[in-house]
Design a protein around this ligand. Sequence first.
Ligand code: GLY
Ligand code: MN
Ligand code: MN
Length: 487
Amino acid sequence: MYKKIARSFLLGLSLLGGITTGLHAQDDQPKDYLPKEFHAGRRAALREMMPANSVMVVFAYPTRVFSNDVDYFYHQNPDLYYFTGYKEPHSLLLVFKDEQTDSAGGKYSEVLFVQKKNAQQEQWTGRRLGTEGAQSKLGIRMALNGEAFKNFPVDFSKFDKILFDRLPDDVSNSRDRADLFDLIQQFKEKAGITDATAKDKRYDNASYRQLTGALREVKTPEELVLIRKAVEISCMGQNEVMKVVRPDMSELEIQGLHEYVHKKYGAEGVGYGSIVGAGENGCVLHYMENTKTRVGNTLLLMDVGAEYHGYSADVTRTIPANGKFSAEEKIIYQLVYDAQEAAFKTLKDGAKLSEAENAARDVIAEGLVKLGIIKDKKENRKYYPHGLSHHIGLDVHDRSNYGTLKKDMVITIEPGIYIPAGSDCDKKWWSIAVRIEDDALITQNGYELLSRFAPRSVEDIEKLIAQKSALDDFKLPPLKSADKKGF
Ligand code: GLY
Ligand code: MN
Ligand code: MN
């Protein structure tokens, strides 16, 4: 009864709202999504680079079960997002090198198969653009429902190259017809892909990766606006945490503070699982449990990157939770800092990333020998076991062909030293873990440090930790069901 009244009341309101309803629906949404012209431009650039007489096939990422009938928050295949702006699952894009002609003589050079509108499904899992939305909002003229793919007259046998990525596996049937599972099966049938033919040279996974890498590794001005924002927001998270951090905080609480600040600035989520590791936990490179209830008087390694409109930052700061680096912590921190500085100096258009890698590794190896932590520089990987850099963008570890650096690429510079307890060195170094990770935009003659908004030096970090935070006074009452420790 209550529901009925509420429903007719809302219906009345929306009728009263009349023509302004659509406008209002847009007014409260972000205004800085990538415009449809960006995506059209990327498709045009792709077409230019595609080999003669070829077609590219881009599938959406599968949905994944989180719990029983609840899925993980959906993340689109960045390639599909890059070329279309479409964010929904169960979809497929075809891009043709050459213009195609349909049976009525109409011309087209791309087709997007989308999720069909379905009022009942949309009530549960969210609104769908449908074909009309894809046409009007994304500017894709040839947008068809997924179920149209089955009988869509595309003759794959006429192409010299069919470019596609490794096909997504482990997809379950959704409640819709023409879900991703069906689209993949239909593609295999149409293109004649079987276990026996899979190695046919016309099926070209390598060129798919090469072309999408070549496009996505150099950022356009529109992308740089969003990346700058993602990185600055991540720095704001780091800064606020530095100001509010105390040894009695938990790793989870600190993670929450970062992510709260991100969302306050409009970032929808994080580009990867947030890493907040105190002391020994910092030695686990992709530590994500964040379950330590008291970070204590240790170093706190915080690798947390906001994702803003699809673009991910990747920023790490390592700070003393009690506000002051110990003598040993300071020595290790300074070594990582110096390694990062050495790497920065090599960056510019035309340089090789290996120069930065070697410069940073050399500083760390030499420093570890001088401190007596290793005997030979060659042993450096024991305490610095990962690479220095990767691209960022729509993926945190973004697509790139890893050739020479080019203007408008965005990469991380992230040296680190991790000395787990029990390591074969003086005990005083045990459980010290430091990573400093910054995001650099490559320019003609050098680089721009996009993550310059969060302090990096020992002095600047200690200074910021001593400042007050807007969150200092944010106190919540203890839980009624708490045990003696307050949990
Ligand atoms: N946050 C993952 C990485 O630094 O690559
Ligand atoms: Mn990284
Ligand atoms: Mn990182």
